[in-house]
Design a protein around this ligand. Structure first.
Ligand code: GLY
Length: 314
């Protein structure tokens, strides 16, 4: 039995490990991520995450299990902090994989998922306002929700530096069953309705018991374009080690064209439980724990340089 997670998953690791020992890999991933979603101090996941440009928080999440490749995801969901649990219920109750926006919230209501009227603390609302004041004229900020054209303001204000702490969990049991999950509030100050890689199976999240699993944090648009999580698993299927597969997928990201290239991190595990973490940032870590350990081990991620690019398109 083993669980690996992005380092902000530490708060959820004990619950995940308990759930893995008493339940399933799916229980473990859900239990771990729920505690990160509930953490008001993590502003990139769940409750009290950074809002979009008009001040609404929209959550993305997905869960996938590696025996059947069944999966569920929610995108741009408002009002329900435990996005991973809603994603799990989609996987288990619906013939669908992904629900977005109003439909995701409607399904969350239908299954009795816990809702919150106030998804943001006053401190985060004040922080959002202060940040936008740096980029937007006061009269625009005052009427942002009524603006028919948001593109210009999103380009000025969107903050890719505040997206990469999305949470990842991958769990493996002694029978070789794998499950991976991701949850995020996405880019700070994003365009309303923007969906990242986290709920997109194959982009931010992928698992297949026969080969392994991968989950991403970072600039979701890149992982969507390169199908990063699926690529890592596919490279393992083609015979590469988990380390080689993860590095190759980072090279694919480094080779992307276009004007917007940001940071990327991923964690991966092969079918035997060997794991590896990669980052395009300096000094990033991930965590792992097995039942014999008192606390998670914090491990360095291998660095692959991806030069940042942030150009203006007219
Ligand atoms: N990786 C999280 C996001 O881009 O939304």
């Amino acid at each position: 039995m083993i669980i690996v997670a992005s380092s902000n998953g530490r708060i959820g690791m004990p619950a995940a490990l308990n759930a893995l020992q008493s339940g399933s890999v799916i229980d473990a991933v859900e239990a771990g991520i729920r505690l990160v979603e509930a953490n008001p101090d993590d502003h990139t996941v769940g409750y009290n995450g950074y809002p979009n440009i008009v001040g609404d928080i929209e959550l993305d999440a997905s869960i996938m299990e590696g025996q059947s490749l069944m999966s569920g995801g929610v995108a741009a969901m408002k009002g329900y902090p435990y996005a991973i649990s809603v994603a799990r219920q989609i996987m288990e109750k619906l013939p669908h994989v992904l629900l977005a926006g109003e439909g995701a919230a409607r399904f969350a209501r239908e299954i009795g998922a816990e809702s919150k009227d106030q998804m943001l603390t006053p401190e985060i609302v004040a922080f959002w306002r202060r940040k936008l004041e740096q980029h937007l004229p006061a009269e625009i900020l005052a009427t942002l929700d009524d603006q028919s054209a948001l593109t210009e303001w999103v380009r000025l204000a969107t903050d890719p530096e505040r997206a990469y702490s999305t949470v990842n969990f991958i769990a493996r049991d002694d029978q070789g069953n794998l499950c991976s999950g991701i949850s995020t509030s996405g880019w700070a100050w994003k365009y309303p309705g923007r969906v990242g890689d986290s709920p997109i199976i194959g982009a931010g999240n992928y698992v297949d018991n026969r080969y392994g699993a991968c989950a991403c944090t970072g600039m979701g648009e890149m992982a969507i374009r390169a199908s990063t999580a699926h690529s890592v698993v596919f490279y393992m299927k083609m015979g590469r080690s988990v380390k080689e597969a993860a590095i190759q997928a980072m090279h694919d990201l480094r080779d992307l064209g276009g004007p917007y290239i940001g940071v990327m991190n991923l964690i991966a595990m092969d079918k035997d439980g060997n794991h590896f973490g990669v980052t395009s940032m300096a000094s990033r870590t991930y965590i792992m724990q097995t039942p014999g350990m008192n606390q998670p081990a914090e491990l360095p991620r291998y660095f692959v340089e991806i030069p940042l690019r942030w150009e203006t398109i007219n």
